[in-house]
Design a protein around this ligand. Structure first.
Ligand SMILES: O=C(O)CCC(=O)C(=O)O
Length: 352
């Protein structure tokens, strides 16, 4: 009880601190907030950068990607109700008895799609204190030859909650469009054409969605042990991640440039957005993905819905010529195939 009170107090304090940080930009919190509404108004026009308001958004995106690799997105036009329902059905699923959840168990037969119980997900060789469902864009047999073999499969949907599948498919469809539009802003921020992340690079984007549940902790923060690490430190694999985090619990942390772990407070009506490994390569290092982790020290169960927007599965990902030019003319990274990068991570991520 005392711990719950202390947590609520900390949470209130952090909320206040965030408010101030947005104003004076000097507290160690993630304080980049991009209202992307002007970008969305114009995003079907490839000459959108002629618009002053779009240019302002692009400048903000550029600063956020350079300084933090993490930012809040508002003005995204995904309804509050869809955002909340996605978390609610996730929570309702995790509330089910284990026998029910395990009916959609992750296995190599589903191409690593499905439910993982606590501690089945591994980050940096250590089990994470979370349960999750992983979904991927479906890969049909032979679609990418041997490259795609590991990921071949269809998504297993639970019978309960009954509206789960319909809601999540809608969520994926809307988040895919939103991500493409944010990537148009990021392409302009890098000095390229608005559609630089389309066509052969990401015109048929792979996507990943993780529905995650982190048990509450009964331990005080200063007694923290390995088993409260909800998700170990990592960078994301693709282009862009949009996290729909629990509105009450602060647990996501980002490593800042001074090496400190910074809380990413939930901010109502926003997604937490961060850049991934493929964007580092494509931008020739202009943007770098940021290490992050999850520690739920709250006594309450936390859920999040993380959507990962990736390049084409079989895209050779290499520094884009206009980024190479901007960084002195030399490519800093060789080409990688996104699907190979993903498969190498997936094969070391699970106990199956
Ligand atoms: O749960 C969160 O807030 C973030 C999850 C995350 O970092 C991930 O799944 O890559």
């Amino acid at each position: 009880m005392r711990h719950l009170h202390a947590h609520k107090h900390k949470h209130r304090f952090l909320r206040e601190a965030l408010k101030i940080a947005f104003e004076i930009h000097d507290l160690p919190l993630i304080n980049h907030l991009c209202n992307i509404s002007p970008l969305l108004d114009k995003c079907d026009d490839l000459n959108m950068d002629k618009d002053q308001r779009v240019r302002e958004v692009v400048t903000l995106l550029d600063q956020a990607c350079k300084e933090a690799g993490f930012f809040y997105v508002k003005g995204h036009r995904i309804s509050d109700s869809l955002i909340k329902k996605a978390r609610d059905v996730t929570r309702n699923f995790f509330d089910l008895p284990f026998e029910e959840k395990v009916k959609i168990k992750l296995s190599s037969a589903t191409g690593f799609r499905g439910y993982q119980r606590l501690a089945e997900n591994i980050t940096e060789g250590r089990p994470d204190n979370h349960e999750a469902i992983d979904y991927y864009r479906e890969v049909t047999a032979g679609m990418y030859g041997s490259l795609g073999k590991t990921m071949e499969g269809t998504n297993p949907w639970p019978e309960y909650p009954s509206d789960f599948r319909q809601l999540m498919e809608e969520y994926v469809s809307q988040l895919k469009d939103l991500s493409r539009n944010i990537m148009r802003g990021i392409a302009l921020a890098l000095g390229g054409p608005a559609d630089a992340f389309e066509g052969e690079r990401a015109g048929y984007p792979f996507w990943v969605m993780r529905l995650i549940g982190y048990p509450g902790s009964s331990q005080a923060e200063d007694e923290m042990q390995d088993n409260v690490i909800g998700c170990g430190a990592h960078t994301d694999y693709g282009l862009l991640t949009l996290v729909n985090q629990d509105s009450e619990i602060t647990a996501l942390q980002v490593k800042n440039k001074s090496g400190e772990w910074i809380d990413v407070l939930p901010v109502e009506g926003t997604f937490v957005c961060n850049i991934g490994d493929m964007l580092k390569i494509l931008s020739n290092g202009i943007y770098q993905p940021t290490l992050h982790r999850v520690i739920n020290t709250s006594p309450e169960y936390r859920v999040s819905v993380a959507f990962f927007y990736e390049t084409n599965f079989d895209a050779p990902v290499e520094p884009m010529p206009f980024c190479v030019e901007r960084t002195g003319g030399t490519a800093k990274y060789g080409a990688v195939i996104y699907g190979e990068h993903l498969v190498s991570k997936v094969l070391t991520n699970f106990v199956v």
